[in-house]
Design a protein around this ligand. Structure first.
Ligand code: GLV
Ligand code: MN
Ligand code: MN
Length: 409
C-alpha cells in the first residue's frame, strides 16, 4: 500500500533530487552527453528500472530504454520519457522530470500488476541539449533513424570524437543511424514549461500544440591581430568589434518580428589578451520561430547582413550550420488524449506552443507525438533556480498515468 508520505509524486520529487547528484561539476548540475556523470546517471536509471522488473538496457546511441510488456507480448509500444543530459549549471527538472516521471508511471502499473493493450517503454535520451557536441538531439534522432551525416565524427571542445566517446560509454557507434525503431505507437514527453504562461494563468498543466523549429550556426570572424597600442583605429581589422556589430544586427533582426528569437550564447576571442587586437572570433547563433518559412527568411537575412558587415570592416566571416530542426505540430490525437487526461485529473488544459526544442520534435517524425507541460516557478529554466511544486508534480503524474492507461494504438 502506498501511504500519503510515499505518494508517487513525493517519490518522484525525491528521485529527481537524488538524480541531480550525478554531475560533472561539483557544486553545480552539469551532465553532458557521454560524460562520466551521464554514465553514472544511466547506471542508476537502469538500476531503478530493473528494480521494478523491467528489461532495461542502453541502446546503440546511449539512450536508456526500459520495456514494460502489455497484455500481449510484442504489442506495439507507447514510448514515454525525456532527456537526462543537461546544460551547464542546469536546473534539475529540465528533461529529468520527464524521464523520471515515465519511470514513476510504469512503477505504478507494475506495482499493481496492471497490463495494458500496449507495451509501455520508458526512454531516457542521452543528448537533447547539444551542449557537448555541435549537433543536437542525437538520442531521439538515433532512435527515429534520423541521425545526420557525419554526426559521429563531430568533436567536442577538447577534440574528443563522438564515435570514440560513445564506444567508451558502452554504446555501439557502428549501429547508430542504421535502425529506425519499429512497433512504436506513440511518444509522449512530460516537461517543465520553461516559460511563464502557466504560472501567470494560475494553471498547473499545459498541453503543447507545436514546437518551434531551430537553426544553429558556428560562426567564425577572421580579422588581423595586432598591437593594441600602435595600430591606429582606422587601420584595424578587429574581429571582436566586427562580431559585436554582427550580434547587435542579429538582435535587431529578431526583435523586428513577433515570435522570432535569435541568441548568441557563446563567444571566444583570440588571442584573448588585454593588449592585443582580436584577430579571430567564434560565436554561436541559435535562431527559432514557430514557422519554418519565417525562420529560414531570418537566417537568410542574418547571413546577408553578416556578410555586409564583414565586407565593410575588411574581415572574413564564415557560417557553419550545426543543427536544423523544423517546427513540429503535435499530433492531434495525442493532443486530444492529453487534453482529456488533464481534464480527468481536474485541471484546466491550457493549449500552448513551445519555444524550447524537445525530443518530441524528432519523435514526431517516427510516430504520433505530443507533450504535457508542467508549471515552473517564474518560468525559469536552464538555470539552477528551476523549480516545481510537489502538488504540480502529483497532478502531472496523475495526468500522464491517465493518458497512458487510456492510450489506444
Ligand atoms: C533545449 O533545451 C533547447 O531548446 O535548446
Ligand atoms: Mn529539455
Ligand atoms: Mn534544456
Amino acid at each position: 500500500m502506498t501511504t500519503s508520505r510515499e505518494s508517487p509524486g513525493r517519490r518522484l520529487m525525491a528521485r529527481i533530487d537524488e538524480f541531480a547528484a550525478f554531475t560533472d561539476e561539483p557544486g553545480k548540475l552539469t551532465r553532458l552527453y557521454l560524460s562520466d556523470a551521464h554514465k553514472r546517471a544511466v547506471a542508476q536509471f537502469i538500476a531503478w528500472a530493473q528494480a521494478i522488473g523491467l528489461d532495461a538496457r542502453l541502446d546503440a546511441a546511449g539512450n536508456v530504454v526500459a520495456r514494460y510488456e502489455g497484455r500481449d507480448a510484442g504489442a506495439p509500444a507507447l514510448l514515454i520519457g525525456s532527456h537526462i543530459d543537461t546544460v551547464r549549471d542546469a536546473g534539475r527538472y529540465d528533461g529529468n522530470l520527464g524521464a523520471l516521471a515515465a519511470l514513476a508511471v510504469v512503477e505504478e502499473l507494475a506495482e499493481r500488476g496492471e497490463r495494458l493493450d500496449v507495451a509501455v517503454e520508458i526512454v531516457a535520451f542521452g543528448d537533447e541539449e547539444g551542449v557537448r557536441f555541435p549537433k543536437t538531439l542525437t538520442g531521439s534522432r538515433a532512435l527515429a533513424g534520423l541521425i545526420e551525416e557525419g554526426a559521429l565524427d563531430q568533436q567536442d571542445r577538447d577534440g574528443v570524437v563522438m564515435r570514440d566517446a560513445l564506444q567508451a560509454f558502452g554504446g555501439e557507434p557502428d549501429r547508430v543511424g542504421s535502425e529506425r525503431r519499429q512497433g512504436i505507437a506513440g511518444f509522449v514527453e512530460v516537461h517543465i514549461e520553461q516559460g511563464p504562461v502557466l504560472e501567470a494563468e494560475g494553471l498547473p498543466l499545459g498541453v503543447v500544440t507545436a514546437i518551434n523549429g531551430a537553426t544553429r550556426f558556428d560562426i567564425s570572424v577572421s580579422g588581423a591581430a595586432g598591437h593594441a597600442g600602435t595600430v591606429p583605429m582606422s587601420l584595424r581589422r578587429d574581429a571582436l568589434a566586427a562580431a559585436a556589430e554582427m550580434m547587435l544586427a542579429i538582435e535587431a533582426r529578431a526583435g523586428a518580428e513577433a515570435d522570432l528569437v535569435a541568441t548568441v550564447g557563446r563567444i571566444e576571442a583570440e588571442p584573448g589578451a588585454v593588449n592585443v587586437i582580436p584577430g579571430r572570433v567564434r560565436f554561436s547563433l541559435d535562431v527559432r520561430a514557430p514557422r519554418d518559412e519565417q525562420r529560414q527568411r531570418a537566417v537568410a537575412d542574418i547571413a546577408a547582413t553578416l556578410g555586409a558587415i564583414a565586407a565593410q570592416r575588411g574581415v572574413a566571416v564564415q557560417l557553419v550550420k550545426t543543427h536544423e530542426a523544423g517546427a513540429y505540430v503535435c499530433d492531434p490525437n495525442v493532443v486530444a488524449g492529453l487534453t482529456a487526461a488533464v481534464e480527468a485529473v481536474g485541471a484546466k488544459p491550457r493549449l500552448l506552443p513551445s519555444g524550447a526544442g524537445h525530443d518530441t520534435m524528432i519523435m514526431g517524425q517516427l510516430c504520433p507525438a505530443g507533450m504535457l507541460f508542467v508549471r515552473c516557478k517564474g518560468g525559469v529554466s536552464h538555470n539552477p533556480l528551476e523549480s516545481i511544486t510537489l502538488e504540480d508534480c502529483e497532478i502531472a503524474l496523475a495526468a500522464l498515468t491517465r493518458f497512458v492507461r487510456d492510450f489506444r494504438a
